[in-house]
Design a binder for this molecule. Sequence first.
Ligand code: OAD
Length: 272
Amino acid sequence: MTIDQEIQKAAEILAGAKNAAASCGAGVSAESGIATFRDPGGVWERVNPAEVGTADGLMATLQRSPEKLLPFFRELLDTFERAEPNPAHVALRDLEHMGILKTVVTQNIDNLHLEAGNTDVVEVHGNSFRFRCLSCSWSQDFSRKELIREVKEKIDSAEGFTLSEIIEMMPKCEHCQSVTRPDVVMFGEAVQDIPRAFDAARKCDVMLAVGTSGVVYPAAYLPFQAKEAGAWVIVVNPNENAFQRVSDAYIPLKAGEAMPKLVESVKSIIAG
Ligand code: OAD
């Protein structure tokens, strides 16, 4: 089938859906300027996941040689500050407004699905703009741009970039004044809200797997779970990925190109 035929098939499936879910990965935010993890030039090519991707590894690196990570952190802050929802996020929001898409499960920690306007967003790897206390149950969401501005100011005015200075830069717990950390999931830590994610996968009539390689579990299991429960599976990804073999329609384009085309096709089918 040609790409246009795949889009048409996916649109026909979605036009008949009442309870679709999406399982999204880093590819959805690629066109917002945020690098994916495993593509060429991705995050795991630039920093060592053992040094940055686990809490123990990160603390050890920050203790030993924090300055090594400073350029990476600065660039990450700039990237997250500039990032805006792209046409793929907007298309997912439109599908919710059309009464087709109910839940977005995302591995992304950039808050962009919520900013685009999706209302039921399950962030299985957390959200980097929510901080949680390490001593009590306090957590709070912060505005992305304001938080980044504050952190950048603190980095610029700090005397150095040592572990204790970094801890000082974190917001303080408003209940017990303890140290906090970004509420994101690192390797080896429990994923968040996973029963809600699996519930969406089991109950949906269509699962859209968008911009994810499908190598990190348990999130990678969601499209397979949906397929097993009888849902149609639509895959949007310009590169080879784990979900092609269970897809009913496969659109090998970037999400920012594929998703708006898909929404337009669904609209014209619905309009008759
Ligand atoms: P990956 O980096 O593993 O995969 C990104 C996927 O996006 C690949 O399949 C690309 O082909 C695809 N892609 C690239 N550009 C795209 C675009 N413009 N439109 C659509 N797709 C595009 O990222 P994830 O699958 O999200 O976890 O990885 C999951 C987890 O791995 C992350 O949440 C993170 C990481 O380790 C933790 O840190 C716990």
